[in-house]
Design a protein around this ligand. Structure first.
Ligand code: UT7
Length: 300
């Protein structure tokens, strides 16, 4: 769905959307068809397993980050498990909105380090279009549907994997970005300006803390993969952190904000471009409703 498509039914323009957000188009599941987050997530997770050369019965766990689950329960992760036939795995969802992928990654890492699992699929999957108020021009133009996944595996090699993760939440800011479960009209509500302000401050702070925890400096980071919400937020965070443009990974122009899927989608793209090699250090950061924030440093 392009920005021009919105001009047909909203008081907006391609020019406004692109200059204020950086977004040109986004992928939307068919409106007249039920497409569940588990379907998208299982596709992404299946590709991740194939690339890693791992069979479904070698998977010990599936963690899915989503704020658009198929149902309250079973979890989307359990549904993905059923689709993929991972008969030996545990499966559960994580609710941390747009920061969900980093929270899921951190949980998977902790389970692996504790010796509870060797192979965990970490999935971010969203069908956000089903939650939008399509008459609200300040929110519906921002989001897209999508899924991404990584396979995390135990390794004896020192210095590889998740070097650090910093997570923080501020429940007092819950009202600035929310999707009610029942009662009121069930569409996303957002105070865009406030989210913008907190996003820049909290993602910059979380990134600095993750760097400190890993004992490395910004110059040692090869790629910066921020949650893809708004190009102006990303540029402000990159400026705060003095990260040069060539290290900043952007794909929001094609997909919009896909919440928990945005970071794994970007990881897939840089992997396909050959930018991920052994030793590559990546800084991830995201902020989501809650408010939740997280930053993680990974060495491949
Ligand atoms: O994953 C985290 C989730 N969310 C975010 O990260 C969103 C963070 N916030 C943002 O990205 C930005 O705040 C928005 C893109 C939502 C809005 O951009 P802005 O530059 O902060 O605009 P604004 O809210 O200050 O609004 C400026 C004007 C307003 O008109 P008036 O009151 O000045 O006449 C809005 O009504 O722009 C208007 N506006 C639009 N105009 C055309 C808002 N949305 C649109 C639109 N098309 N789609």
């Amino acid at each position: 769905m392009t920005n021009k498509d919105f001009e047909k039914f909203l008081d907006t323009s391609d020019e406004w959307i692109e200059t204020r957000t950086g977004i040109k188009s986004r992928h939307i599941v068919p409106r007249d068809k039920h497409v569940a987050a588990s379907e998208l997530g299982a596709k992404a997770a299946g590709i991740a397993m194939k690339r890693a050369g791992i069979d479904p019965d070698q998977i010990d766990g599936i963690i899915c980050a989503t704020f658009t689950p198929d149902s309250f329960f079973p979890s989307t992760a359990c549904r993905i498990q059923a689709i993929l036939g991972c008969s030996c795995s545990f499966a559960f969802d994580i609710s941390a909105a747009c920061a969900g992928f980093i929270y899921a990654l951190s949980n998977a890492n902790a389970l692996i380090v504790a010796g509870n699992a060797s192979n965990i699929l970490v999935v971010g999957s969203e069908v956000i279009s089903k939650t939008l108020d399509w008459t609200d021009r300040s929110t519906c133009i921002l989001f897209g549907d999508g899924a991404g996944a990584v396979l995390m595996q135990a390794s004896e090699q020192n210095g590889r994997g998740v070097l650090s993760t910093y997570m923080a939440s501020d429940g007092t800011l819950g009202d600035i970005l929310m999707l009610p479960s029942w009662g009121e009209k069930r569409t996303m509500k957002m105070k865009g300006n406030e989210v913008f302000k907190h996003a820049v401050r909290m993602m910059s702070d979380a990134s600095l803390r993750a760097l400190e925890m890993a004992g490395i400096n910004m110059e040692q980071i090869d790629l910066f993969i921020p949650h893809q919400a708004n190009i102006r937020i990303i540029q402000s965070v990159a400026d705060h952190l003095s990260i040069p443009d060539e290290k900043v990974v952007l794909n929001l122009q094609k997909y919009g904000n896909t919440s928990s899927a945005s970071i794994p989608l970007a990881l897939d793209e840089v992997w396909n471009m050959g930018l991920i090699k052994e030793g590559t250090k990546v800084l991830l950061t995201a902020l989501g409703g809650g408010v939740t924030v997280g930053s993680s440093i990974i060495r491949f």
